[in-house]
Design a binder for this molecule. Structure first.
Ligand SMILES: NC(=O)c1ccc[n+]([C@@H]2O[C@H](COP(=O)([O-])OP(=O)(O)OC[C@H]3O[C@@H](n4cnc5c(N)ncnc54)[C@H](O)[C@@H]3O)[C@@H](O)[C@H]2O)c1
Length: 252
């Protein structure tokens, strides 16, 4: 098992990439803190992990709220006595459309969840990870590296996640804590479904697929395996890295 005796917090654990990763980490021996803003999703996941003979506890958290994030870290320490892996994965798509027509409130929300949420997770986790010399993995996106005509605020938030990851990797290196980010491309999750929308769904999905050199969408488990590598000792010399899992989209 690649994460035997490790303790991992996964945010956005209730759905999509977070859910696949929490299940995979549990299968590989980690004890899981399943954190999600939707308590019912977190609960379902904990039941699923327990059914598969894994160990998990649930935390309802809005990652953009400092007090709730602090409580999430406390719950991890109180439940399992330590923290080895922090997967800062919760994210939302934010407002669609022309940037100058986006509402300030919508801009604030996507930055608060996608970027500030990672700041808060790191702020409260790192002092607890000094002993375990653990691994932090942040979910950015291919759209943190290239532009998009549809969701510029999202793209800005993910560009911020990449920059944060690289600076934090430098600050954490003397303490033996590694910080990396993953950049998924279009992956089959509820977020992607919302992004594509219900209008002309088939046609719009086909357009997305046509832009991917491997000719298909990613699967949540394919992103989870990248997170597993960065969480495990196999990546012990890797920090500050930007791992693209996008079917070749950004290679074009
Ligand atoms: N699916 C893709 O194509 C894709 C591509 C690149 C990056 N990503 C990123 O991957 C991450 C996971 O996305 P997904 O596709 O699995 O989406 P998803 O919508 O399936 O899952 C996201 C989960 O995060 C939770 N969440 C939302 N806001 C939260 C908050 N404030 N606090 C705590 N939890 C919250 C939701 O309840 C949900 O369970 C996100 O950061 C997303 O930006 C996704």
């Amino acid at each position: 098992m690649r994460l035997k005796d490790k303790v991992a917090i996964v945010t956005g654990a209730g759905s999509g990439i977070g859910r696949a990763t929490a299940n995979l980490f549990a299968k590989e021996g980690a004890k899981i803190v399943a954190a999600d803003i939707e308590p019912s999703l977190g609960k379902e996941l904990v039941e699923q992990i327990s059914k598969n003979k894994g160990t998990a506890v649930q935390v309802a958290v809005d990652v953009s709220k400092a007090e709730e994030v602090k409580e999430m870290i406390d719950k991890c320490i109180n439940s399992f006595g330590k923290l080895d892996i922090l997967f800062n994965n919760a994210g939302i798509e934010g407002p669609e459309g022309l940037l100058w027509e986006n509402e300030e409130e919508d801009w604030n929300k996507v930055i608060d969840v996608n970027l500030k949420g990672i700041f808060l997770g790191c702020k409260y986790a790192i002092p607890r990870m000094m002993k375990t010399k653990g691994s932090i993995i942040n979910t950015a996106s291919e759209l943190g590296l290239v532009g998009t005509t549809s969701h510029p605020a999202y793209s800005a938030s993910k560009g911020g996640v990449i920059a944060l990851t690289r600076s934090l990797a430098l600050q954490c290196a003397p303490y033996g804590i590694r910080v990396n980010c993953i950049c998924p491309g279009a992956t089959e999750t509820p977020l992607l479904n919302r992004w594509i929308g219900e209008k002309q769904k088939k046609q719009r999905t086909q357009q997305v697929i046509e832009e991917i050199p491997l000719g298909r969408l990613g699967k949540p488990i394919e992103i989870a395996y990248a997170a597993l590598y960065l969480a495990s000792e196999e990546s012990s010399f890797t920090t500050g890295s930007i791992l693209l899992i996008d079917g070749g989209s950004t290679a074009q």
